[in-house]
Design a protein around this ligand. Structure first.
Ligand SMILES: Cc1ncc(COP(=O)(O)O)c(C=O)c1O
Length: 427
């Protein structure tokens, strides 16, 4: 049967960003036969034994408690499970000297949902017909923002400036404040910090500047903290969460070992939280409560923060070091390759300046030498202007073994040397 779809139906039944190339990756892996393929494409965190044990222990406790029936046999409030909200308010008030009450917090089924609520509550067409933009101040950013708005024309991303350390083959993106425009047509602002795909951490000053630009227009700023402290604490550089009247601090428990349980958290002004909560009631009543109940236990006992800092962060930080050291040793010194500074998250981002083919073509070529990464052009949702740079980057996931990462980077270095060769010869 071929159902007639609405405009929204048509749009929402298309896969965006990374999801669109996952099909190709799955087919490559299935048809790989005996080929030894190193798959560094995944955004799925690895299962770390200590992390799995943490959730197993919390589940055992929950099963043995009288709370169990209340958690799984009853509907609850749309705002989320009370004990988890209380645990987060208490933890954040102590840790960051805040005055949060339960009314400042909303739990959602994963944080992707939260961006969907926000993008459509604050972005899209206002009742007077005006288009309210969803602004991504620093492109590239999380590919999932590309699919969250029912009116894709509302998404507007800004090109960054590049801070290049040529001698060391390193670089870092910075917001271009000379271009960034926030005005009465802005609905909301979203960015990830640390950033998926680049590992960039916007400085506190940059964050405050963005929030200050948005404040006079009452524009909410959603800071996607899926990799930030206090958990999963996937920052490799010192950073503190930034709070403020127009800031919605958004968290996810996915990289802290619970992606299957779908838990997102929004912390912000009561009025903003209420808007998002109503959206949630209409959409799904409330998120599932089992994951919330075990998360409350792990936060209250302090073990979640402890495991994040002592297990999760060093694990991925070490993977980044392996990748960086291998590239430094194996990549040709005279070619214009630049690794983004590894400030956090679970990815490395490589820019191959003047690459004599597109990122897609290079992705296909890498598959032939047994390495799967993600072409960078999928990470520029909302960036309308043509920019060569969009087709010169790769996202490399840190979710392989040390040996796999090192071997994959050696193969990549060889492929890079070969593809730049003709240009060098003809020059
Ligand atoms: C930056 C960022 N934000 C949001 C998400 C969505 O996470 P979830 O819906 O699992 O909370 C991800 C997932 O990879 C991400 O990398």
């Amino acid at each position: 049967m071929n159902p007639a779809l609405t405009k929204i139906g048509d749009q929402m039944s298309n896969l965006t960003g990374v999801r669109a190339i996952m099909k190709d990756i799955v087919e490559t892996l299935q048809s790989g036969g005996g080929q030894d393929l190193i798959n560094l494409s995944a955004g799925n965190p690895l299962i770390l034994p200590e992390v799995e044990q943490l959730w197993r222990d919390a589940t055992t406790e929950l099963l043995a408690s009288s709370e169990y029936g209340e958690v799984v046999c009853r509907y609850g409030s749309s705002q989320g499970y009370g004990p988890l909200i209380t645990a987060i308010a208490k933890d954040f008030n102590q840790r960051y000297g805040l005055n949060l009450t339960e009314r400042n917090i909303l739990i959602t089924p994963g944080s992707q949902t939260l961006y969907f609520y926000a993008a459509n509550a604050f972005g899209g067409y206002a009742s007077n017909g005006e288009l309210k933009q969803i602004v991504l101040p620093l492109s590239p950013d999380y590919t999932g923002y590309g699919g969250v708005c029912l009116f894709p024309e509302a998404l507007h991303a800004y090109k960054p400036t590049l801070d290049i350390d040529a001698a060391n083959h390193k670089f870092k993106y910075r917001p271009d404040f000379s271009q960034l425009s926030v005005n009465e047509n802005t609905g909301c602002i979203i960015f990830s910090r640390p950033c998926n795909p680049t590992g960039n951490v916007l400085t506190e000053e940059e964050v405050r500047k963005i929030a200050a630009l948005a404040a006079p227009y009452n524009v909410p700023v959603l800071i996607d903290s899926a990799y930030a402290p206090p958990f999963p604490a996937l920052n490799f550089t010192e950073m503190q969460p930034v709070f403020g009247d127009n800031i919605i601090h958004c968290m996810s428990l996915s990289k802290a070992g619970l992606p299957g349980e779908r838990i997102g958290v929004a912390i912000g002004d009561e009025k903003l939280i209420q808007v998002l909560e109503c959206f949630q009631t209409n959409l799904c009543i409330h998120p599932s409560r089992y994951g919330q109940a075990i998360a409350a236990r792990a936060i209250n006992s302090g073990s979640l923060v402890q495991i994040a800092e002592q297990v999760i962060r060093p694990f991925y930080q070490n993977k980044f070091t392996v990748l960086e050291n291998t590239l430094d040793a194996a990549m040709p010194k005279d070619l214009p390759w630049f690794l983004h500074r590894g400030e956090g998250a679970i990815f490395a981002w490589l820019w191959l300046k003047d690459l004599p083919m597109t990122d897609w073509e290079f992705y296909q070529l890498l598959k032939k030498v047994g390495v799967i990464v993600v072409p960078g052009s999928t990470f520029f949702p909302g960036l309308k202007e043509d920019w060569q740079h969009k087709h010169q980057c790769l996202r490399i996931s840190l979710t392989g073994s040390d040996e796999e990462i090192a071997l994959a980077m050696q193969r990549l270095a060889k492929a890079v040397t070969q593809v730049y060769q003709p240009t060098a010869v003809s020059a």
